[in-house]
Design a protein around this ligand. Structure first.
Ligand code: GLN
Length: 483
């Protein structure tokens, strides 16, 4: 059953080939047998999952099922889940049980999906390797000595190893797309405002966005249909109907114009990834797509601008973890200041502390104009680069990450080289655009990713192009040995 796509699972459930309880049990058994090798789950919610599966079976029997009813999935542990621990990968929230579900969790539960558990992640979604998690690193199912990418590395590894048919992720600078690339799955970061951020623990609020992680574009389309939608509880949610993503998948591509970003094909790009990118471009050309070179002249400023904006916003968002209202509280505080200091020193890991320090500095009087304001101006320039490019092309394409999965520990002592993992993905978040990563041909046995960026709210087109590539190729069908 773990070989099937979401659409096949849906058909199997509707036709009575298997029940949701059987399907859920199957995935729970796989997690129990195989996740010791990966550490992709922080919490497995067996009891709740089987209860949800029973309810889904009743719904199917009553003829009230939708396309996702009865299908299991995993949620990144950044989404609040009622009565289930939501740790965000941090000791700070190791004891936090949310009194409510995040909007995305509610939407998928209402569609009848079954939650298998909560997946491992970099602490507060800060990282590109899943090594900053308090719960230990996640291992890449393609090679257990390597990272799965991050911060949604648990979701990516679980889907790649087929411990869950699909999963949710979040992407602030690349955290859906980069782990999707490093594990050989399909991951979509929607337009900012497409999925509600309500109940999703905030990292950098102007950049954070939830999205689907799945084994194909078709599956991602189905999952996104269940996640997306307006939510008045999130003031940045956009009130606009959700497109019919599944219906758009079959459009032929002939006549489409895509722009390959010249600056991203130059220094710093692994030669195997460059060749993989060319192979996908070859497939697009075969289908009648015109590929032209474009330039994003300010894109090289995206990583520095992001590492001012994101820490600034996180320093403000994470101030709520003070030992009083949520999470960890130190033992026997002497006074209020001691309570704040020790609770936060003990609760947060090194990378989170580094970001809070940088952000607090960038926002402080005297430095605000020099750093934060400047970064916001650069952000406008980057958005303008994309606007100009979209006057010439329908889609923009790039590699997703500069290399393949790297060995655990390889970049932990060098934050800047870790930050450069997101060199091709971060500009997209700064401009609020949607982008998808799909598997390209492997390089030396490891997965690679191909990124496509659309104009605002063009998720349907991204999924369409991705699906047309996947119909003709089998790069997304590769399965890691032993899973
Ligand atoms: N790797 C980037 C960071 O560490 C992006 C993380 C994300 O998208 N959540 O901030």
């Amino acid at each position: 059953m773990h070989d099937k796509t979401l659409a096949q699972l849906s058909t199997g459930l509707a036709g009575g080939e298997f029940s949701s309880v059987e399907l859920t049990r199957h995935f729970l058994d796989r997690i129990a047998a195989l996740d010791g090798r990966l550490n992709s789950f922080i919490t497995v919610t067996e009891e709740q999952a089987l209860a949800q599966a029973e309810a889904a079976d009743a719904r199917i029997a009553a003829g009230e099922a939708g396309p996702l009813t009865g299908i299991p999935l995993a949620h990144k542990d950044i989404f609040c889940t009622q009565d289930v621990r939501t740790s965000c990968g941090s000791f700070m929230l190791d004891n936090f049980v949310s009194p409510y579900d995040a909007a995305v969790v509610t939407n998928l539960a209402q569609a009848g999906m079954v939650m298998l558990g909560k997946t491992n992640m970099d602490e507060f979604a800060m990282g590109s390797s899943n090594e900053t998690s308090y719960y230990g690193p996640v291992r890449n199912p393609w090679d257990s000595s390597r990272v799965p990418g991050g911060s949604s590395g648990g979701s990516a590894a679980a889907v790649a190893a087929r411990l869950a048919p699909a999963a949710t992720g979040t992407d602030t600078g690349g955290s859906i797309r980069q782990p999707a690339a490093l594990t050989g799955i399909t991951g979509l970061k929607p337009t900012y405002g497409r999925c509600s951020r309500w109940g999703m623990i905030a990292f950098a609020s102007s950049l954070d966005q939830a999205g689907p992680m799945a084994r194909s574009a078709e599956d991602a389309a189905l999952l996104l249909s269940g996640m997306a939608g307006f939510d008045e509880r999130d003031s940045t949610s956009v009130d606009r109907p959700v497109d019919d993503y599944a219906a758009a998948l079959e459009h032929p591509l002939a006549g489409l114009k895509v722009g390959l970003v010249r600056e991203f094909m130059q220094e710093g790009l692994d030669s195997g990834v460059a060749a993989a990118t060319e192979a996908v471009l070859g497939e697009l050309k075969r289908q009648g797509v015109e590929v032209i070179e474009i330039s994003l002249p300010n894109a090289h400023l995206s990583v520095p601008a992001y590492y001012v904006v994101a820490p600034a916003e996180c320093s403000s968002n994470l101030s709520r973890f003070d030992g009083v209202r949520f999470g960890h509280r130190c033992e026997d505080p002497k006074d209020l200041e001691d309570l704040y200091k020790r609770s936060r020193s003990e609760g947060f890991g090194a990378e989170v502390k580094r970001r809070i320090l940088i952000g607090t500095y960038a926002l402080s009087a005297g430095y605000y104009d020099a750093y934060y304001l400047k970064a916001q101006q650069v952000r406008q320039l980057i958005a303008q680069d994309f606007r100009s490019a979209f006057e010439r092309v329908d889609l923009i394409v790039t590699p997703t990450a500069p290399g393949t999965a790297f060995p655990l520990g390889d970049k932990t002592d060098d934050p800047v080289s870790m930050y450069l993992q997101d060199i091709y993905t971060i500009a997209v978040n700064l401009a609020g655009l949607p982008a998808i990563s799909i598997p390209a041909p492997p390089a030396e046995g490891l997965p690679t990713g191909f990124q496509m960026i659309g104009n605002h709210f063009e998720e349907a087109r991204l999924l369409n192009v991705a699906h047309q590539i996947q119909r003709e190729t089998d790069w997304h069908r590769q399965v890691p040995a032993g899973f």
